[in-house]
Design a binder for this molecule. Structure first.
Ligand SMILES: [Zn+2]
Length: 208
């Protein structure tokens, strides 16, 4: 039996296994230095971000800026649910997509833009509509859900499924010059989206 005398060098020399904490690569240490300088984040927090999985429902006006900042911040896995293709009228605000992307699936142009910004980020495209039949399986693979949906049926569905799964939802919505943002956290027991908005507004009040 080898004793601990000689420390880690002797331990490694004797071919015993060593478990190392994961570390930021030199490139990552530089890229995320404005994060790691903050006591509340540090290298440990950055590694957690790199291991985090966030799902964006919608790669439109809300999902685009959210995805950009999450990718820049080094959130390591970004899932994107969107079954739409890029339209010229999207380009004025949906900043993940470029003029040459018109007609392409939004999940594809989103993936290219995000990967060009940060190779640390893995983009998982879900080129489908979120429906009751697939919501549980899709949301189940992520830590946090970003609700950037453009319709109320999807928003209630996200709420109900995320709540059942115990996943926090970062929720945003806009109307003309107004915006709202809130976090719905089932781990805190609510309130949920249905508590805030028990009934969807009439269709005329919810253009996108
Ligand atoms: Zn509720």
């Amino acid at each position: 039996m080898t004793s601990l005398a000689g420390g880690i060098t002797a331990w490694q020399g004797a071919q015993f296994p060593v478990v190392k904490d994961r570390e930021l690569t030199p490139d990552q240490a530089e890229r995320y230095s404005r994060h790691t300088k903050l006591d509340a984040i540090g290298a440990k927090g950055q590694l957690k971000l790199l291991e985090a999985k966030v799902l964006l429902v919608g790669a439109g006006g809300l999902g685009s800026p959210a995805a950009y900042y999450l990718a820049a911040a080094g959130v390591g896995t970004l899932g994107i649910v969107d079954d739409d293709v890029v339209d010229a009228s999207n380009l004025q605000r949906q900043i993940l997509h470029r003029a040459a992307d018109v007609g392409r699936p939004k999940v594809e142009s989103a993936r290219e833009t995000i990967e060009a910004l940060n190779r640390d980020v893995k983009v998982v495209p879900h080129p489908v509509r979120l429906i009751p039949e697939n919501a549980r399986e899709i949301l189940g693979g992520y830590d946090v859900i970003v609700d950037g949906a453009d319709n109320f049926a999807t928003r209630y569905l996200i709420n109900d499924v995320a709540f059942a799964l115990g996943k926090p939802i970062a929720h945003g919505s806009i109307f003309q010059f107004e915006g709202q943002a809130t976090v719905i956290d089932p781990r805190a027991g609510g309130p949920c989206y249905r508590c805030l908005f028990p009934e969807p507004p009439p269709a005329d009040f919810a253009p996108n």
